[in-house]
Design a protein around this ligand. Sequence first.
Ligand SMILES: NC(=O)c1ccc[n+]([C@@H]2O[C@H](COP(=O)([O-])OP(=O)(O)OC[C@H]3O[C@@H](n4cnc5c(N)ncnc54)[C@H](O)[C@@H]3O)[C@@H](O)[C@H]2O)c1
Length: 286
Amino acid sequence: MTQSPLEAAAIAITGAGAGLGRAYALAAAEAGASVAVGDLDLASAAAVAAEIQAAGGSAVAVGGDVRDPRAADDLVGACRAAFGRIDGFVANAGMLRPGDAVDVTPDDVAEMLATNVAGVVHGVGAAMRALREDGHGGSIVTVASGALQGMAGLSLYGATKGAVMSLTYTWALEGADAGIRCNAIAPLAHTAMSELSSASERYRGGPPERVAPAVVHLLSAASAPLTGQIVRFDGRRLGLMDPPMLRVLTEREHWDVADVAEALTGRLAETVAPVGLLASPRPTWV
Ligand SMILES: NC(=O)c1ccc[n+]([C@@H]2O[C@H](COP(=O)([O-])OP(=O)(O)OC[C@H]3O[C@@H](n4cnc5c(N)ncnc54)[C@H](O)[C@@H]3O)[C@@H](O)[C@H]2O)c1
């Protein structure tokens, strides 16, 4: 790989004022990119942009709430206005409110869907429109989470990340004809958000900077063959998540309740996979 994998590229990142997004912005700039630093909190976005500029890089800070579709166009527009182009977009902004099914409030549902799902849809939609218009392809990185595999206390949060995973698969298909790739990172790092999760210390991860190289790679041309993938990275262990797949089938012309029961407790029962991030079968090490 070259020393500057993002030389001459312009990248927009949401939620880049703190945590993982900040680390992605700093690493992208170090890899040669000009960065549009988006965040709900303009002051923190401005501080990150100033940090990039102080190190000799190019950055612009953009305040905006990903829940507002106009903010997506503003961020992408600011990137193109400041740097004359856009090559990559990281839909990083997200929020987490823990709670079991019995505790989740209507406000939790509305806020988490608006930020983690609608916010990503608005952002990627705006980025896709701009990348298609410019016609030189590009790379979109969405942000999933191991919680999508199932984690007690994080059902709603995990579900929003399951939605992101599914969106990523389809966006990879939709962008292919225009050379627009879409992959997700499922990170793990110690941030303000990870303090909120019920996960034990062991699962809080290390500093966000350690995750950033994977995002820089996904944004760069060096990852060209990769699209529609969920990359799991905690700064130490790097892996790929399998997409959900129909693994086993059984067929008959007519099914009654007893047939279903017989199949699901018999032949199919033998193939049942465990659920939950912490119950996953051991991955293959390579
Ligand atoms: N930290 C982890 O271990 C972990 C694990 C899996 C996935 N993630 C995901 O990574 C992403 C970043 O997480 P983090 O841990 O850095 O979180 P964080 O809370 O530390 O930082 C989130 C940033 O996003 C901004 N933001 C929040 N809501 C916004 C909105 N509506 N509009 C614009 N900006 C907004 C915040 O101001 C903040 O700067 C999230 O999508 C999160 O779900 C994090």
